[in-house]
Design a protein around this ligand. Structure first.
Ligand code: FMN
Length: 168
């Protein structure tokens, strides 16, 4: 798929077929996350791969959005506030930004592989971390199911060009 059509065609998918994600596709998707740029190249994140998420009882209970469990794979992303770059002017830590870029890389790669995804940030960080045994100092940012879409959502209304782009 041509790059800009990947951007245009991506939708948040909230209904999944149970068909497996082929290994070569999954590998490219995760690789896209691994190769994402990070501030000062600190790479302060971990991507947790959960296959057959329904089978992980603790994780399945922790997740409010039960529809996501139909997907054959879920990737959950965690940032490391101790390992990330900190901007000295205002002490702003950039792990959330780094994680978001990695997530976007893998989500757009999934789109290009013909797979659906959906950012899910609305989950209890403590429960998710506990279910996956994530090291204490990592912060849960979001997760996404990855699988073949079983719906074709319309494009969401986006703000107009002039509302978002400020030319000075
Ligand atoms: C940081 C972030 C967090 C989100 N969290 C959730 C969520 O918890 N549950 C959900 O169903 N969708 C979630 N979404 C998806 C948004 O609702 C969706 O991207 C938005 O409505 C635009 O639709 P589109 O992705 O189809 O363009 C999230 C998106 C982002 C970027």
């Amino acid at each position: 798929m041509e790059f800009f059509s990947i951007i245009k065609n991506r939708r948040s998918i909230r209904k999944y077929k149970t068909d497996a994600v082929p290994d070569d596709k999954l590998k490219r998707i995760l690789e896209a996350g691994r190769l994402a740029p990070t501030a000062a190249n600190r790479q302060p994140f971990l991507l947790y791969l959960i296959r057959n998420p329904k089978d992980n009882k603790k994780f399945a209970e922790a997740l409010k959005q039960k529809w996501a469990l139909d997907a054959p794979v879920i990737v959950a992303v965690f940032g490391d506030p101790k390992g990330c770059w900190t901007r000295s002017f205002d002490n702003k830590k950039f792990h959330f930004v780094d994680v978001a870029i990695a997530m976007d890389h893998l989500i757009l790669t999934a789109t290009s592989e013909g797979l659906g995804t959906c950012w899910i940030a609305n989950a209890d960080p403590d429960k998710i971390k506990d279910a996956l045994d994530v090291p204490d100092h990592f912060e849960f940012v979001a997760l996404t199911p990855i699988g073949f879409a079983d719906e074709s959502p319309m494009e969401k209304q986006k703000k107009k060009f002039d509302e978002l782009i400020v030319e000075k």
